[in-house]
Ligand binder design. Structure first.
Ligand code: HEM
Length: 128
């Protein structure tokens, strides 16, 4: 159990969370498998990138230089309800390795970002 968020625990969380995502049968898994690929190497690259993203958000470390919102705007359209699936799997993953106190700020950030993505994807995005 981790009592604090550090680089090691973020990397571990990526393994746990994306293992759930990859095998998810609600539709979320399919979106990821199509975009990321089905090979382990592709997933290792994806997890390394997202770990850098979280290290930036939570620990203020440099390294991530992608465009998170654009990556999602560029995906084929998917139902908004999948954000609930995403957040549920994320919460379950946090619970597996963090104490309640350490998981809380991590989950709060995930929720805020998920909220922003949803507004941009479903409320401001107009088809041309
Ligand atoms: C239903 C919800 C979501 C879906 C279906 C989804 C799907 C994806 C997919 C398929 C990619 C890979 C794109 C590619 O490599 O071509 C991706 C990238 C990414 N996702 Fe999500 N995502 C979701 C929610 C979130 C949330 C809530 C966060 C953050 C809290 C997040 C953070 C990221 C980041 C940082 C990247 C990397 C962007 C880049 O630099 O390329 N995603 N997402």
């Amino acid at each position: 159990m981790y009592h604090e968020i550090n680089e090691e625990s973020i990397e571990k969380l990526m393994d746990i969370f994306y293992a759930k995502v990859r095998t998810d049968k609600s539709g979320l898994g399919e979106i990821f498998n199509k975009a990321v690929g089905r090979k382990d190497e592709a997933w290792e690259k994806h997890k390394a990138k997202i770990a850098l993203f979280w290290k930036g958000v939570l620990l203020n470390l440099p390294g991530y230089n992608g465009q998170p919102l654009k990556a999602h705007l560029d995906l084929p359209p998917f139902p908004r309800e999948l954000f609930d699936v995403w957040l549920t799997l994320f919460a379950q993953s946090l619970e597996q390795i963090y104490t309640k106190e350490a998981a809380e700020p991590y989950f709060r950030q995930a929720q805020m970002i998920a909220q922003r993505f949803q507004i941009m994807l479903y409320e401001y995005k107009h088809s041309s």
